[in-house]
Ligand binder design. Structure first.
Ligand code: SME
Length: 137
């Protein structure tokens, strides 16, 4: 429906604003869960296109957050064994679950080319971003 397109456009704009305004946010995307298939689907992003538009629950950093419902801050992706590489330049990643009516329905995923760049402030800020996005869903 046109409502869905409009929402995805808005989420793309959110991704672009974040990627353009924070120097160490090199790739920003929103994945949403398909509860029947147990998969995450990329709905909006800013940065280089990725092959990983569908991710099974449990796989990679994103898939783990779909199951854990917890923030996941990865200081150094090389130290992770359950990790899906999207680009050789990525050094760190942060994934924050997105809750709608108390349910983990998706997540914001940010890749950084800087090692260990994410702080508690990023977590708090991205939790707030997700709350704003949940309001338009
Ligand atoms: N690195 C993620 C996959 C998504 S890309 O970062 C865009 C992961 O391990 O789940």
């Amino acid at each position: 429906s046109s409502t869905t397109i409009d929402t995805e456009d808005k989420m793309t704009q959110v991704c672009e604003v974040l990627q353009n305004s924070i120097s160490y946010y090199d790739w920003v995307g929103f994945y949403f869960a398909n509860e029947t298939e147990k998969t995450l689907h990329l709905k909006a992003f800013a940065g280089e296109p990725t092959d990983h538009t569908v991710i099974p629950f449990g796989k990679g950093i994103c898939g783990q957050v779909a199951v854990s419902n917890q923030n996941f801050v990865v200081e150094d992706v090389k130290a992770q064994d359950n990790y899906i590489a999207c680009s050789i330049y990525v050094k760190a990643e942060i994934v924050i679950p997105l809750f709608k009516d108390g349910k983990n329905i998706g997540q914001i995923d940010i890749d950084s080319h800087t090692i260990d760049p994410f702080t508690k402030e990023d977590e708090t800020f991205l939790e707030w971003v997700n709350k704003q996005v949940a309001e338009i869903l």
